[in-house]
Design a protein. Structure first.
Ligand SMILES: Nc1ncnc2c1ncn2[C@@H]1O[C@H](COP(=O)(O)OP(=O)(O)OP(=O)(O)O)[C@@H](O)[C@H]1O
Ligand SMILES: [Mg+2]
Length: 250
C-alpha cells in the first residue's frame, strides 16, 4: 500500500511548552488510522497542523508525496477535515452550510447543487435541508459538520472526536458512515479517546500521550507488546501499562 500522509518530526511549541513532540507517523492509502490519547495529548494540534490551521514550530507534513504547505492549492482540496469544535453556522440553513464549505473548493452551479444534496443525503439530513442549523440537536449538528467536509470528495478524511457528546444512535450512524466512506475509497484518520470506537473501526492505532506517539500497531499488535496472551488484556489496560494513565475518567 502506498503512503498517503507522513509527518516528519512534526513539532508544536506554545510558549516553550512542547505540545506535539517530534511526531513521525505514516499513514497508508485505504487505512482507517486511529489516533488515541487522553485530553491534552496533542491530537487536535496534530490534526490542525496537517490541515494548515496551526503552523508547525518544526517539521513538516507530506501528503500524497508532497510537502503540504508548499503545495497548498493542489493539496488542501484533497483533504476533508471534521474539526472537534463545530464549524457550522446556526443562522444558515443546512443546505447553505454545505454550500458555503463546498463552494470554497471552486465547485459551482448544477454540480454544487448536486453535491449539496448528495452530502446531506449521506448524513441523513436531506429532509432537513431547509431547516436552520441552530434548530438541530447535537447529533444532527455533528452530522451537518460532516456533510460540510465531504462535498468536495476528499481523498483523506480527518475526524477529530466526531462522537463526543451525542446520542448513541447518531454515534453509531457516524461510525457506520466512516466505514462506508473508507469502503468507497477514502483514507481516514480518526481521533478519539473512546477506546471501543477506535477498536471497532480502525485498521491501525497510534497511542499518543504528552505530544508523543508511544506505540503504533493493530489492536492485536498493541496488546502483544504488553501481554503474550492477548485475550487476557484490553486496549484500555495496554494504555494504562504504557502511559501509567487512564485514558479517560469515568
Ligand atoms: N492555542 C494554544 N495556545 C496554548 N496552548 C495550547 C493551544 N492549543 C492547544 N494548547 C495546549 O496544547 C496541548 C494539546 O492540546 P490539544 O487540543 O492538541 O489536545 P487533544 O489531544 O486534542 O485533547 P482533547 O482530547 O481534550 O481534545 C494542551 O495542553 C493544550 O492546552
Ligand atoms: Mg482535541
Amino acid at each position: 500500500m502506498q503512503t498517503i500522509l507522513k509527518t516528519n518530526d512534526l513539532t508544536k511549541k506554545y510558549d516553550n511548552k512542547v505540545v506535539v513532540d517530534n511526531l513521525n507517523i505514516e499513514i497508508k492509502e485505504g487505512e482507517i488510522f486511529g489516533l488515541l490519547g487522553p485530553n491534552g495529548a496533542g491530537k487536535s494540534t496534530t490534526m490542525n497542523m496537517i490541515c494548515d490551521i496551526v503552523k508547525p514550530t518544526l517539521g513538516n507534513v507530506e501528503f500524497m508525496g508532497k510537502d503540504i504547505l508548499k503545495n497548498k492549492k493542489e493539496l488542501l482540496g484533497k483533504l476533508g477535515y471534521i474539526p472537534q469544535d463545530l464549524a457550522i453556522h446556526g443562522n444558515l440553513k443546512a443546505w447553505e452550510n454545505v454550500e458555503l464549505f463546498t463552494s470554497l473548493y471552486g465547485i459551482k452551479g448544477a454540480e454544487l447543487k448536486k453535491r449539496i444534496d448528495e452530502s446531506l443525503e449521506y448524513v441523513g439530513l436531506l429532509e432537513k435541508k431547509n431547516d436552520y442549523a441552530k434548530t438541530f440537536s447535537g447529533g444532527m449538528k455533528r452530522r451537518l459538520n460532516i456533510a460540510c467536509a465531504i462535498g468536495h470528495h476528499p481523498n483523506l478524511l480527518i475526524f477529530d472526536e466526531p462522537t463526543v457528546g451525542i446520542d448513541p444512535q447518531s454515534r453509531n450512524f457516524i461510525l457506520e458512515k466512516i466505514k462506508e466512506s473508507n469502503k468507497n475509497g477514502a483514507t481516514v484518520i480518526y481521533t478519539s479517546h473512546y477506546m471501543e470506537e477506535v477498536e471497532a473501526i480502525c485498521t491501525r492505532i497510534a497511542i499518543m500521550d504528552n505530544g508523543k506517539i508511544i506505540a503504533t500497531g493493530t489492536s492485536e499488535e498493541l496488546k502483544k507488546m504488553v501481554k503474550a496472551d492477548t485475550s487476557q488484556i484490553t486496549l484500555e489496560e495496554v494504555f494504562l501499562t504504557m502511559t501509567g494513565k487512564k485514558l479517560r475518567d469515568y
